[in-house]
Design a binder for this molecule. Structure first.
Ligand SMILES: Cc1cc2nc3c(=O)[nH]c(=O)nc-3n(C[C@H](O)[C@H](O)[C@H](O)COP(=O)(O)O)c2cc1C
Length: 207
């Protein structure tokens, strides 16, 4: 009864302090079907560096991968690839490749997002290198947001030895790993790190 009321309030998105509180509550208790506002997902997503020993459901993982694939791409070439890693020894290899960032190996699943450079370069030449990296990066962002919307935590890990990641996962040399994303149920709730005020980073009508 009370859950019905909560769901109802979050769906109609009544913008009062009270309904905001209720929306957060539905998300935190992992109520399936409780929709979060897009802006709330962006505000509340955090880089999480501790994970519980609880598996991620296959269905959720597939939805999250599909969110990655829904991202825009240069010429719609979708010049990106996803590698899902669950095997313990491969996760350990990725931790080592990421200079010992152990939290990566704690997560039950890891998605490594790669830029498929040849896929974009065959049409766009040198510009295709940048496009494929952008295609992959756009996917990374969708993955982080979709995971958060499902009550899962992630972290975009970009500090790694690219060559070592290629070795661990048998990635061809022309494919560029862009991000290692551990996914799991978070074991911490970090505060939002400071953002620069918009006026520091926004320019109007030129620099
Ligand atoms: C390109 C890129 C590389 C990153 N690499 C790492 C990393 O290797 N390890 C890590 O713990 N966090 C990494 N992060 C996460 C950032 O530290 C984090 O996004 C930032 O501190 C803001 O925090 P928030 O994501 O909670 O808003 C990376 C983020 C980006 C976008």
């Amino acid at each position: 009864m009370i859950f019905e009321l909560i769901l109802h309030l979050s769906e109609v998105k009544v913008k009062t302090e009270y309904s905001k509180y209720l929306k957060i509550t539905t998300h935190n208790i992992g109520l399936k079907g409780a929709k979060m506002d897009c802006m709330d997902v962006m505000k509340e997503r955090r880089s999480v560096r501790s994970y519980l020993k609880k598996d991620v459901e296959e269905e959720d993982l597939e939805d999250i991968l599909w969110a990655g694939q829904l991202a825009p791409s240069g010429g719609n070439l979708q010049a990106r690839e996803f590698i899902v890693v669950k095997r313990r020894e491969l996760k350990e290899g990725l931790v080592e490749a990421a200079f010992g960032q152990t939290f990566i190996g704690e997560a039950p699943a890891i998605i490594v997002v790669c830029a498929n450079i040849p896929e974009s370069s065959k049409r766009y030449g040198e510009r295709g290198v940048l496009f494929s990296i952008q295609d992959a990066s756009a996917s990374v962002m969708n993955i982080l947001l979709a995971a958060h919307e499902k009550g899962l935590s992630t972290c975009w890990a970009g500090a790694f030895d690219e060559e070592r990641v290629r070795e661990v996962l048998d990635i061809p040399k022309e494919i560029k790993p862009i991000a290692i994303i551990p996914i799991g149920y978070g074991g911490e709730k970090p505060k939002m790190p400071r953002r620069k005020p918009l006026k520091e980073v926004t320019h109007y009508d030129g620099w």
